[in-house]
Design a protein around this ligand. Structure first.
Ligand code: AMP
Length: 443
């Protein structure tokens, strides 16, 4: 199928071809005609499927077909709610890129961690498409610096993550500000009962579209596990980067502290690296991401939350410096590579503490990941597993008796904060973390 069969305006087709897209992805082929026809839509799709263009292109088409008034302030006509600051900025960039040949459609992203006043000024000038995180949007609502009474289309992007991050009450408050008569689009990687309940409350006869989950498409991603002793992970990572001459690698750690430490260590080894996590200011995060995309830094070390929704084209390498506690996060992490048809490599550095986490992951993706010991980094079989506590490995300063009860770490899902760590119920006392202190396994 070609883009031109979808009924989009010529200006949008031009922008799409300038991006080098030759044909719509499955979610785009299904979503674009439905949105143009005015239907409510529930799209089951993760990042990497092309979902952003799937809702942005028809949205731009519709707004361009009915230009806003030529004088006075343009009211917000489309509202896109997203869970994180990075995603807000990225979605707005897509809106801008795809809409650049259209006559004057104004878009803006608003999110926390950056100045409020410049956003107020931009909103005053009039905005057609507003991309926002829920918390900052409600701040604008409270200050009466945004008018949502003319919104025609609402998009909830990554709805499952917004719920995971405790944004449900905020979403409900935002919904209460919108006119009843409007089109609703909801995108989510998963459809939990909570999502379905939310959707039932405000959507009208939504069309359901599901595209293959990223883990189904994981053939494009070359996955391997490098077994390694816990104290040698940093050296192994530096070795892999240098020996493989990796130019751009996204590395995941479980904690912000771990991300900082690792970035510092890499810099000391002469590898340009930076960390991105919730304790960094928004400008620092944006700068790190920009430099990474531009190839100025080679390694970006990130926590799961900070990496949500990051869209980095054709990222060649993803490294799990530490395995995530929640197996599904592994799928999200490796989904940063091998995107939209390009191949990528995901390497997991796994120490003896993490073997049960590895087993959980292999069970989820229904395959065994290839194990490859890197010469010079052979395992010392005398090292026994230690418990992983509060997202950290049991180390000299962090160790505590393995009999101690594990306490939930981080914020509860209900605690708001755009960068609050997500801590799904059951994570802390999961089988994996209970297991890891007591036994040693074979890889
Ligand atoms: P998304 O799922 O929206 O985060 O998009 C993932 C990536 O796919 C982005 O880097 C897009 O630029 C790219 N992309 C979107 N649509 C297409 C398409 N039709 N053909 C090729 N790449 C695309």
């Amino acid at each position: 199928m070609s883009f031109s069969a979808l009924g989009l305006r010529a200006e949008l087709l031009l922008a799409v071809s300038e991006q080098g897209y030759t044909e719509p992805t499955p979610i785009q082929a299904q979503a674009i005609p439905a949105v143009l026809a005015g239907r409510d839509l529930m799209g089951g799709a993760q990042t990497g499927t092309g979902k952003t263009a799937g809702f942005t292109l028809p949205l731009l088409h519709k707004l361009a077909e009915q230009p806003a008034g030529t004088h006075g302030r343009t009211p917000v006509r489309a509202l896109i709610l997203v869970p994180t600051r990075e995603l807000a900025a990225q979605v707005q960039t897509s809106v801008f890129t795809y809409g650049k040949h259209l006559p004057k459609i104004r878009s803006l992203s608003v999110y926390g961690g950056v100045g409020f006043h410049p956003q107020v000024q931009a909103l005053k000038r009039g905005i057609d498409i507003l991309v926002a995180t829920p918390g900052r949007l409600l701040d604008h609502v409270a200050q009466r610096t945004v008018d949502l009474s003319k919104v025609q289309v609402l998009v909830l992007d990554e709805a499952d993550r917004m719920l995971d991050m405790g944004f449900l009450p905020d979403i409900r408050k935002v919904l209460a500000q919108l006119p009843k008569q409007r089109q609703n689009l909801l995108f989510s990687a998963t459809f939990s009962d909570e999502i379905k309940r939310l959707a039932d409350g405000f959507m009208h006869d939504p069309l359901l579209i599901e595209v293959a989950r990223r883990n189904a498409a994981a053939e494009l991603i070359e996955q391997r596990v490098c077994p390694v002793d816990r104290e040698r992970k940093k050296d192994l990572l530096a070795h892999l980067i240098t020996e493989g001459n990796w130019k751009q690698v996204l590395v995941f750690t479980r904690t912000k502290h771990g991300a900082n430490n690792l970035a510092e260590k890499l810099v000391k080894s002469g590898i340009r690296a930076d960390a991105i996590h919730g304790n960094k200011s928004q400008p620092a995060r944006t700068r790190a991401l920009t430099e990474f995309k531009a190839g100025k830094i080679r390694v970006l070390v990130a926590t799961d939350i900070a990496a949500r929704g990051l869209d980095i084209d054709e990222l060649p390498h993803v490294v799990n410096f530490e395995l995530p506690h929640v197996a599904n996060d592994y799928v999200h992490r490796i989904g940063r590579t091998g995107r939209a048809g390009s191949t990528g490599e995901a390497v997991s550095l796994v120490c003896v503490d993490e073997l049960s986490l590895l087993r959980d992951i292999e069970r989820l993706i229904k395959r065994e990941i290839r194990k490859e010991i890197v010469p010079g980094f052979e395992i010392d079989p005398r090292i026994k597993a230690e418990p992983i506590v509060q997202g950290k490995r049991g180390g000299a300063q962090q160790r505590r008796p393995s009999s101690a009860p594990h306490k939930a770490a981080g914020n509860r899902p209900g605690n708001r904060g755009q960068n609050a760590p997500r801590q799904p119920a059951g994570r802390a006392g999961s089988k994996s973390s209970r297991d890891s202190g007591r036994r040693s396994f074979a890889y």
